[in-house]
Design a protein around this ligand. Structure first.
Ligand SMILES: [Zn+2]
Length: 344
């Protein structure tokens, strides 16, 4: 075990970066993605079954709250074991404040599966945040994130290995901007990478990236999530990559044109790979990550979904068929995650 010097900080402790292996950089193992105002324990709606899962996925079932709650360690353990069987080894849980993060649950899953589980910290979008955050200073918010990485997160001694996902809405709220500034300050002290959840407007990723640069953040350690539902043109993608940050296509496996949260043309996996190809051809291989961002039940194998193993089992073969080299695949799944998760 690496206890000093360059290390990847998993929920079970530090490991040598070379031991990390193929890694999913944006997932949720235990998480509650329901908006806090809609969290009613007595009204969870139906459990998923063969005769409702398609309709729930397509968004025509109202009140399917249970789908948006990942609260069972045994289920998550089984799903992570499937990821390992498919060829994965590391998995980053970015359930930040507001998404019911569960560090001790992640410890149990890591112990049971042997996966390298890395955990995030900080706070999700405005509407999910603890109302008490409204009166906290930037320095106080930053100190919480530094402590999360240095000592432990959410009152435990489980250390975060990355900052995020830090939530932003479009338009960007003053509270979210203060939390983002705090994340930049915490990055400066800890060296940890920052993961950004941008709002659903094609100009928001650039707005956030410009803000982080002006505030002195390390652009090569800033990851912009959810590119697949946010930016749909090559010019914006190239400009964002040219700014030096890392672009994350993290909705792999979502191949329906239905997207509950916005009326947009969602890409399928092959279309995602086409956008990634364009950036690689422009010299941006070191700035690309892929993941699934699983945060509801119907995307798990248990309930008819693709599961955390999809990228390793299905997307990697698709990449090969589309002409991606082994060097490129290794950079996206091994080298880039290792570099971003290494803390000196
Ligand atoms: Zn997420």
């Amino acid at each position: 075990m690496a206890t000093s010097g360059p290390r990847v900080q998993t929920v079970l402790g530090p490991i040598a970066p070379g031991d990390l292996g193929p890694t999913l950089m944006h997932e949720h193992l235990l998480c509650d993605i329901r908006p806090p105002a809609q969290r009613k324990p007595e009204d969870l709606g139906p459990e998923l079954a063969l005769d409702n899962v398609w309709a729930i996925n397509y968004g025509t079932v109202k009140g399917a709250a249970r789908n948006y709650l990942l609260d069972a360690r045994e289920v998550a353990t089984d799903e992570v074991a499937r990821m390992i069987a498919a060829g994965g080894r590391g998995i980053v849980d970015l359930s930040s404040g507001g998404l019911s993060p569960d560090p001790l649950g992640l410890v149990a899953i890591a112990r049971a599966t042997g996966a390298h589980v890395v955990m995030g910290c900080g706070h999700y979008v405005h509407d999910y945040q603890d109302p008490a955050n409204a009166t906290r200073t930037v320095e106080d918010l930053a100190e919480e994130m530094v402590e999360s990485v240095a000592d432990g997160v959410w009152g435990t001694d489980v250390r975060a290995g990355i900052i995020g996902e830090i939530g932003c809405s479009a338009p960007w709220t003053p509270l979210e901007q203060r939390v983002m500034l705090a994340a930049v300050l915490a990055q400066r002290q800890t060296g940890a990478a920052v993961n950004v959840h941008p709002g659903r407007h094609p100009d928001q990723p650039q707005e956030v990236a410009d803000f982080i640069r002006v505030k002195g953040g390390r652009m090569d350690r800033v990851i912009i999530s959810h590119i697949d539902r946010t930016i749909f043109d090559a010019d914006r993608l190239r400009r964002l990559a040219d700014a030096g940050c890392v672009l994350e296509w993290d909705l792999f496996g979502q191949e329906s044109s239905y997207y509950r949260l916005a009326d947009i043309d969602m890409p399928n996996d092959a279309v995602r790979l086409r956008a990634i190809r364009d950036l690689i051809d422009r010299g941006h291989l070191a700035r690309i990550l892929i993941s699934h961002d699983i945060c509801y039940r119907s995307r798990l194998v248990r309930w008819g979904g693709h599961g955390y193993g999809h990228i390793f089992a299905n997307v990697v073969p698709l990449m090969r068929r589309r002409g991606f080299s082994q060097t490129e695949i290794d950079a996206i799944l091994v080298g880039n995650p290792r570099r971003l998760l290494t803390i000196d």
